[in-house]
Each structure stands twice: as C-alpha cells, then as structure tokens.
Design a protein around this ligand. Structure first.
Ligand code: NAP
Length: 332
C-alpha cells in the first residue's frame, strides 16, 4: 500500500516556515508474520522538535534533511499477524510523521483508553505530564505555603505544574500570553493569580504584586525577559527547575540579558536544568501519581486539537505563536 509522510525539506533560520517541510508518498510492503499494521490517530507536536531541525549537537540528534520528522504518536492496530495484538488495539510509540506503519510490536506500548482519552497518553499521561511532575516535585520541591511561579503556564507542561503546586498547598502564579489564557488558569485550573506578559508593561512589578512573599519555586518554561523578571523576585533558598527556554528557540544569536548570577549566589538559589529522560527509571511513579490525581478530580487537563495529518507543520509552528492551550495535538 501507499502512505504519506512529512519530511524536513530544509533547515529553518529563525522561525520555521511551511517550506521547511514536504509531504511525500512512500510504499509499505505486505505485513509478515509477527507484524502489525498501524494507523496514526494522534500526533504530538512539541517545542523540542524545533531544536532538532537545527544541525546542532544536543541531547537528541538533529532530524536529517529529506528524512521524516519523528515524535510521539498514538496509533490503532488495523491488521495483526502478531499473537500479542488484535485489530482495534490502541498503542503509543515514537514514530515518523507518517500516516500508516508496519511494526513488529516491540516499539509500541498498549494503552488503556478506558482510563483516559487516547490523546492524553501524549500529554498528561505521557512526556509533558511527567516533565511537570518530576521537574516540580524532584527539583522544585515545593512546600505548603510557598509561592510557585510557572511560565508558559497555559501550555501542556505549565498547566500541570500549576495544579500539582496547588495540590502541594502552594500559592501559584502563572505567566501566559493572553487574557483568555490567564482567565482560564484562575477560573478552571485553580491558579491563584496569572499575568499576561504581552500586555503587562512592568513584569518585575507585576510579579512582585502577585507574589507578596517573593518566589520560592520558579518553574521556567520560557527563559528570556520573562525569567529575568521572575528571578528579580526570587527568595533565599529558592529552586528553579529549568525545563524549557522557548523564547530563545528561534533566536539566531544568543541575546544578552542582565547578569543575575550574583543574585542567585547571594540568595543560595538552586537552578537546575533537566531533560525528562533523566527520570526514566522513575516514570511508573510519575504515571501512578498523575493518574491518581486525575481520578480524584484534583488534576484537570485541556488540549488544542488540529485536524488533518497535513496540518502537523502548522500545529508545530503554532506552538511558537501561542496558538495552543494545554497540549497541542494533531488528530489525523
Ligand atoms: P507548550 O507550553 O504547550 O507550548 C508552547 C507555549 O509557549 C505557547 O503556547 C506559548 O504560550 C509559549 N511561548 C511561545 N513562544 C514564546 C515566547 N517567545 N515567550 C514566551 N512564551 C512563549 O509547550 P510544552 O510542551 O508545555 O513545553 C513547555 C516548555 O517545556 C518548552 O520550552 C519545552 O521545550 C519544554 N519541555 C522540556 C522538557 C524537558 O525534558 N526538559 C520536556 C517537555 C517540554 P503563550 O501564549 O503563553 O505565549
């Protein structure tokens, strides 16, 4: 059979454009004994994919030119010649941006769609939920009564971080890019306060006003000037899980900011970068806690779903324009 995939056509300079991607036809052979035929249902688009479009050394290798973009995908078994799977099973794995696949079943994991919607395995019960859990609980170490600030607060990771911090009994302030998002954080996701960085002229003052006792934990998803303003309000012995720096992912040169290290030093602040893979051995603990909080009604989630496989590039680019609330997902 013939299927379609999306390849990296060229490397972007600054913000990627649609011409950096190309749709191609590929042939799939007949499935053999032990194999399964899979159809992509939900595709994850994630900010880290931007880094892999550069030809630069990082924790994940660059995407190759003329080769497909890869990421997490929820798929349905369409045909099975494996004793371990039957048609209709829903699985998750890391795959190319392609509509149909043949697998030997070793690169996928069955998921329970009675426990949560299938797409949640790409987000709150997948990488982004785990990132929020381990980054906050194991680096941020929030204590009841402390103040937690999270940037990128209305995104996939941020919306979970804020709610986990509330479960821990903290005062939680989110930073996001629109009034619609900040209102949603305080009305539907139990944040105590939220700041729209696009309309606030003095972020330093706005953070001081929202955090009268200073900032004990800053979960940094965005970096740049937003983080500079939060760090100016940081408390003694604060913790900063350095999760993402999305404001810099499309920068063509490293921008100059204020020198904040003396403040971190004199206030004995811990700032620690992490990649979620660092916690792989402990994923079952994270999934168990996230699932429990969902079941208890303490943790809610939302998604922005783009429809159509061909819209994967558009959805990825949308992350850099704030088009998503919660996790950005593409439904094929
Ligand atoms: P996301 O927050 O769902 O989507 C990106 C959001 O970032 C956008 O909706 C936008 O929201 C905000 N944004 C985009 N450009 C911005 C800019 N220039 N300045 C400030 N905000 C900007 O993405 P996510 O999957 O949850 O990831 C959040 C961060 O965590 C990313 O930096 C990502 O790379 C990182 N991450 C790290 C790990 C890890 O292992 N360390 C794992 C997953 C994710 P607004 O409308 O609010 O601007």
């Amino acid at each position: 059979m013939t299927t379609e995939q999306i390849v990296l056509a060229s490397r972007p300079t600054g913000l990627p454009v649609s011409n950096n991607f190309r749709m191609e036809q590929v042939e799939l052979p007949e499935i053999k004994a032990g194999e399964i035929l899979l159809k992509g249902m939900y595709y994850s688009v994630d900010p880290y994919m931007r880094g892999r479009m550069n030809d630069a050394k990082s924790y994940a290798p660059p995407f190759e030119i003329d080769a497909p973009i890869t990421g997490s995908v929820v798929l349905q078994v369409v045909e099975s010649k494996s004793e371990h799977y039957k048609a209709g099973d829903v699985v998750v794995g890391s795959f190319p941006w392609q509509k149909d696949f043949i697998s030997n079943g070793k690169d996928v994991r069955k998921i329970d769609t009675n426990l949560a919607p299938a797409s949640y395995y790409l987000s709150i019960l997948g990488m982004t939920g785990l990132t929020a859990y381990f980054g906050l609980m194991h680096i941020g170490k929030p204590k009841a009564g402390e103040t937690v600030v999270v940037s990128g607060a209305a995104g996939a990771v941020g919306i979970v971080v804020g709610q986990i911090a509330k479960i821990q009994g903290c005062h939680v302030v989110g930073i996001a890019g629109s009034d619609e998002k900040t209102k949603l954080l305080t009305s539907a996701f139990s944040f105590d306060d939220a700041i729209n960085y696009n309309t606030t002229t003095d972020m330093n003052k706005a953070i001081a006003a929202a955090c009268p006792k200073g900032v004990d934990v800053y979960f940094d998803n965005v970096g740049g000037e937003i983080s500079d303003a939060v760090i100016k309000n940081i408390n003694f012995h604060a913790r900063i899980p350095l999760c993402g720096q999305i404001s810099l992912y499309n920068s063509t040169e490293i921008p100059m900011g204020p020198r904040l290290q003396p403040m971190l030093l004199t206030r004995s602040v811990l700032m620690q970068g992490f990649i979620i893979g660092n916690f792989q051995a402990r994923f079952p603990e994270g999934i168990q806690m996230l699932a429990q909080w969902i079941e208890e009604g303490k943790l809610k989630f939302t998604e922005t779903i783009e429809h159509g496989f061909e819209n994967l590039p558009k959805a990825l680019l949308g992350l850099f324009k704030g088009k998503n609330t919660g996790k950005m997902i593409v439904e094929a």
